[in-house]
Design a protein around this ligand. Structure first.
Ligand SMILES: Nc1ncnc2c1ncn2[C@@H]1O[C@H](COP(=O)(O)OP(=O)(O)OP(=O)(O)O)[C@@H](O)[C@H]1O
Length: 272
């Protein structure tokens, strides 16, 4: 934890957005997250542009996952966690008690680090939540299953046997099934917490291609440990350090001309 003392949390650069030209899909305002008495996120205010990929980078324990989870209230599932501040989505503060969390998560979906397909067929992995939300029409279900698998770049590999178990897929295929499952709900925003960290390089590359292809329909926010991955796929990058977002800018600037010393030291491999 030595390095955590090294840089000032006040030395920050958060890029401005031109809100007349750049649509903001979701935005946090002064978000703090506490686990019991310990503060893990210290007032993070970031806007995320629609139809862009934004990467959250930073060393282990810097708060990336905690912050990402706050964006669709996954921290609600952690008993000791408490989130303050506003998370504005379509002029609604989704952090307010009045929000129906399950309804909100239809708009703001999440894919986790480890592929977690259900022990069901590929078809049912996708149809399950749709049926639960009341969709019974078989033709409509077939259509959504097909479109979601196509968008997740998995259709060609599985179309001949949608009845095979989701558990029988390779890691990369299983993760793309989880992406298909998330996008079947037609979310606006897709949150991904290190979706490729458990995958081999070929599967990683397939997942990255999938995300790039999804960008024109979804706003994507992705936590990654992998700086090359952030550089390859994201438009914007936020650098997290010790529970604060120290720098937020276009990805190419973060990796070539960061304005903050901590960012520069991190992207050039001085700590991590
Ligand atoms: N469920 C939890 N209960 C208590 N403390 C937690 C919990 N989850 C995370 N923390 C703490 O919050 C801080 C931020 O952790 P977080 O997992 O968000 O960081 P991270 O940047 O995503 O790290 P990593 O890259 O290792 O996943 C750390 O100090 C961590 O120990």
């Amino acid at each position: 934890m030595q390095e955590l003392e090294k840089y000032s949390l006040d030395d920050t650069y958060i890029r401005p957005f031109d809100r007349d030209k750049q649509e903001i899909a979701i935005e946090t305002k002064d978000v703090h997250v506490f686990y019991g008495d310990s503060e893990a996120i210290h007032g993070v205010s970031l806007p995320f542009e629609r139809y862009k990929i934004t990467a959250l980078i930073g060393s282990s324990g810097s708060g990336k996952s905690t912050y990402l989870r706050s964006l669709n209230r996954m921290n609600d599932n952690i008993e000791s966690a408490r989130v303050t501040g506003k998370i504005m989505y379509r002029n609604i503060d989704i952090n307010s008690d009045a929000v129906d969390v399950y309804e909100m998560r239809k708009h703001i979906g999440m894919v986790f680090q480890r592929p977690n397909p259900f022990a069901k067929s590929i078809y049912d992995n996708i149809a399950f939540a749709l049926r639960r939300f009341g969709l019974k029409d078989k033709k409509k279900l077939d259509e959504i299953v097909e479109t979601s698998l196509k968008q997740a770049a998995l259709w060609d590999q599985v179309k001949d046997d949608l009845n095979q178990s989701g558990m029988s897929l390779s890691g990369g295929q299983a993760q793309r099934l989880c992406i298909a499952r998330a996008i079947a709900m037609k979310p606006d925003i897709l949150l991904l917490d290190e979706p490729a960290s458990a995958l081999d390089p070929i599967s990683t590359s397939a997942v990255e291609d999938t995300l790039l292809a999804l960008k024109d329909k979804y706003t994507i926010i992705i936590v990654t440990h992998n700086m090359q991955q952030a550089a390859r796929i994201s438009d914007y990058t936020a650098f997290f350090y010790s529970g604060a977002a120290l720098e937020y800018d276009e990805t190419r600037k973060i990796f070539t001309r960061p304005k903050i010393k901590a960012t520069n030291d991190y992207v050039s491999g001085h700590f991590g």
